[in-house]
Design a protein around this ligand. Sequence first.
Ligand code: GLA
Length: 393
Amino acid sequence: MSWTNESARELASQFARRYGREPERIFRAPGRINLVGEHTDYNQGLVLPMGIALETLAAVAPRADRTVEVASLNRRSQWRFDLDAEPCARPTELRWTLYVEGMARVLDQQTPGLGRGADLLVHSTVPEGAGLSSSAALEIAVGAALLWAAGRRLPERELARAGQQAEHHYVGTRCGLMDQLTAVFARRGHALLIDCRTLEIEPVAWPREEPVGLAVCNSGVKHELASSAYNQRRAECERGVEILCRSDRIASLRDIEPNDWPRYETLLPEPIRRRCRHVVYENARVRSFVAAMRAADVEHMGRLLLASHASLRDDYEVSCAELDFLVEAAMNTPGVIGARMMGGGFGGSTINLVRRDAQERFVNAVTDAYRRAFGLTPEIHFVESADGVGEWG
Ligand code: GLA
């Protein structure tokens, strides 16, 4: 295989150094942002993510035995496991390997399994803990690589599901399907309107004629609470549905429209009532955001981002001081149209809708303010959209 681009050549040469042979293929999968629709995916709701040009690469060569070996250029660490042996515990610094091993085992448990193992070398430009789905990018790039090495094909939605299963059963996060579906189906220049009940996906073009762009601002913090609170929020929503379905035909919070909410809310105790209210209104915001994108109404897009943030902060209670501060600092900057926290919460990033001529001002103002308040430098990326999983190089 001759690699057409610089980073592919570099990854291939590192692979050769480590394994004593050339990789046979390189696969890539993107990180993602989410415009709006937070904590709705596991409630069978609507989400509006977009794949970004920060990505994970997985170089691969098949092996004759049932061993999988994986090394990470970012982490400078590696892990090796036998598909026929029980998974074993690993130190915290090797936690990243759970995503790889989880993916391999989930794919191997299917019929047909993987058959043989593979040597893998991964490299990623998706920052970790930033709420940009570095884990889904890793799962999907590695999943595609392992399937190729095994000579197997899998429908795309099934590949996404395998990533989610890896998180549920091997990592311990009961995540929805948004991140994995985006890593698989992302389309350049578009966001994906995903209906998490039917898994229908509709690409929605970014309004190119408008001089506005998206910026991700990484707070650099990830509070301990993140994973346990995520599972707890999910359980609270499930409890809400359990209560509501006693008196009505509700299969999920998706079945409730904002107009009908006053009828339901009195049935729920706090804090479940507020959790459910967030989901009901957030689904409606996704629909409105799509309409605003199609009408290139950036002001309305901005208002929806702010409303989503307020709801995540006050009703869903997954924000934190750093994220609230970053949103406020952004909104104090002329040329910023809207901002909100993004992803699971308790740290990670904000997403900001910024006029193109205000980008520099935005970076300076937010960086200064955040440094003064928290002594931390935020990492700011202007978003470029990207396609979903594919072969690379
Ligand atoms: C994480 C999960 C997703 C989704 C978001 C919140 O990124 O992996 O499934 O639930 O949080 O919207």
